[in-house]
Design a binder for this molecule. Structure first.
Ligand code: CTP
Ligand code: MG
Length: 220
């Protein structure tokens, strides 16, 4: 079973801000993108890593990646799902792990749980329980959602490559925010495995501070 990691790094990082998009900024000695690549490439069950970047970001990406072996850089699109689709047409393998560059720290145990799930399933995603109260809202607070029936869904998300390609080809909705949504809609049974707080996405300045803490405390 050839396992390919596809890291999407074509976003503009508008909510975090900074001189360059967040995936090219450094946490400790290396860029966020380099952390993400290393976390996946160093796993013994991951065979190859490919990276999707934004148009015109080749120089930034090459600098952020250094000598890391990621093959030819793939050019993404306007929405995250456009970037994933560009990646899906360019990569090879049996199983694909689609991962956000904005999640620089991926514990190896999570990858093991995702790949172990392929013994009985065709797709797996990491999830965490929700700690806050959840409710519907359109500005005015609506009905509460029982948080015991809800989870936070992270990446990497694991699928059979051909099945995920077919799922995206038949997707007719708005730009989805992850692959599990697309896979489920096409009838794929997606199993949930335990995620990890280290995988929480860097979206805001507070997330950045947390990631620097993880790095400085040598929790990764
Ligand atoms: N991404 C991508 N292509 C896009 C948009 C996002 O590859 N057109 C990637 C980002 O680089 C990131 C991941 O998808 O690794 C998750 O997206 P998000 O956290 O929303 O990052 P940005 O879109 O860059 O940030 P923002 O929404 O704040 O602008
Ligand atoms: Mg975004």
């Amino acid at each position: 079973m050839i396992v390919t990691a596809l890291i999407v790094a074509a976003g503009s990082g508008s909510r975090l801000g900074g001189d360059v998009p967040k995936q090219f900024q450094r946490i400790g000695a290396k860029s966020v993108l380099a952390h993400a690549v290393d976390a996946l490439a160093s796993h013994p069950r991951v065979n190859q890593v490919r990276v999707v970047i934004g148009k015109g970001q080749e120089a930034l990406a090459r600098e952020a990646l250094g000598q890391r072996e990621v093959g030819e850089l793939i050019v993404g699109g306007v929405e995250r799902s456009d970037s994933v689709c560009a990646g899906l047409t360019a990569v090879e393998g049996d199983v694909i792990l689609v991962h956000d560059a904005a999640r620089p720290f991926c514990p190896p145990d999570v990858i093991d749980r995702l790949l172990d799930a392929f013994a009985g399933h065709d797709a797996a995603v990491p999830v965490l329980a929700v700690a806050d109260t959840l409710a519907r809202s359109d500005g005015k607070l609506g009905e509460a959602i029982d948080r015991r029936n809800a989870v936070r869904v992270q990446t990497p998300q694991a699928f059979r490559l051909d099945a995920l390609r077919r799922a995206y080809a038949s997707w007719a909705g708005e730009a989805p925010t992850d692959e599990a949504t697309v896979a489920r809609a096409s009838g794929i049974d997606v199993v949930a495995v335990e995620g990890d707080v280290m995988l929480d996405k860097l979206t805001t300045a507070a997330d950045w501070a947390r990631a620097e803490f993880f790095q400085e405390a040598r929790m990764i």
